[in-house]
Design a protein around this ligand. Sequence first.
Ligand SMILES: Cc1ncc(C[n+]2csc(CCOP(=O)(O)OP(=O)(O)O)c2C)c(N)n1
Ligand code: SF4
Length: 261
Amino acid sequence: MNREVNAVNKEIVSAPPKMRLIIPGGLGPNICPGCGHFLVTKIICEVIEEMGIGDRTMHALGAGCASIASLYIKNDWAGCSHGSAPAVATGIKRVHPNAVVYTVQGDGDAVAIGAGALINAAARGEKITVLMLNNTQYGTTGGQMGPTTLDGQVTTTSPLGRNPSIEGHPLRAAEMIATIRSAAYSARGAVNSPKNFQLTKKYLKTAFQSQIDNKGFSFLEIITQCPTNWHMKPPQSAKYVEEKVIPEFPLGEFKNTSSSN
Ligand SMILES: Cc1ncc(C[n+]2csc(CCOP(=O)(O)OP(=O)(O)O)c2C)c(N)n1
Ligand code: SF4
């Protein structure tokens, strides 16, 4: 490569990306009533604003209901094929090292079809943040059993309930990522109550800060309620998270290399 081309490349690579964060006022929730994904979108917007990183945040979208975030978060984003958001985010981050790059993925996207992309991005210690929205099944396509479906949970593909002796137990992604040496941060939050909303917000700030401080890969799993595929009213689905989902997927930080503890 000649010197001129290198100079141009250097300029492209080091130029700060142009991004804007707009939370449109008139655009109401465009998803099922009571869906937890919308609350995660609100957390992302609040955290980006409070951390003052709206001009350098870039977002790789998974395939599924989780991608609804792109309607509300008007920063730069890339739509990714199912499972590949961590790989796309890796590319964006390597070209724009000063950007804060994160993915928004469902559990099917992140730990079924995308398990390889996720684990290897973590293993390489990519300085990105992966957000995995865990609603215990495939929301978009009608509620099929997924890697996080609870033991005994009825879905369209487990009409008698998930049977662990045939289908295994649900995968605990936040704990799994915490075992990867190049992962700097791994936590699990939920959005079924104001208290858990605030806790998850704190975790997202820590995950982004860990990326900004170049610590390594950061991961945040967020339990979200899916009233539609759980066949529940919204308040009942929030209660179901507390009584059934959180006991299987405990909330907390599983790894925080910035912590003094
Ligand atoms: C390669 C590929 N396989 C399958 C699909 C179909 N598909 C789209 S969304 C989706 C499920 C998404 O479920 P999940 O990742 O759990 O996200 P949620 O909708 O629950 O947020 C599937 C199977 C696809 N788009 N591309
Ligand atoms: S199907 Fe479930 S995850 Fe998808 S928008 Fe509706 S409530 Fe949310």
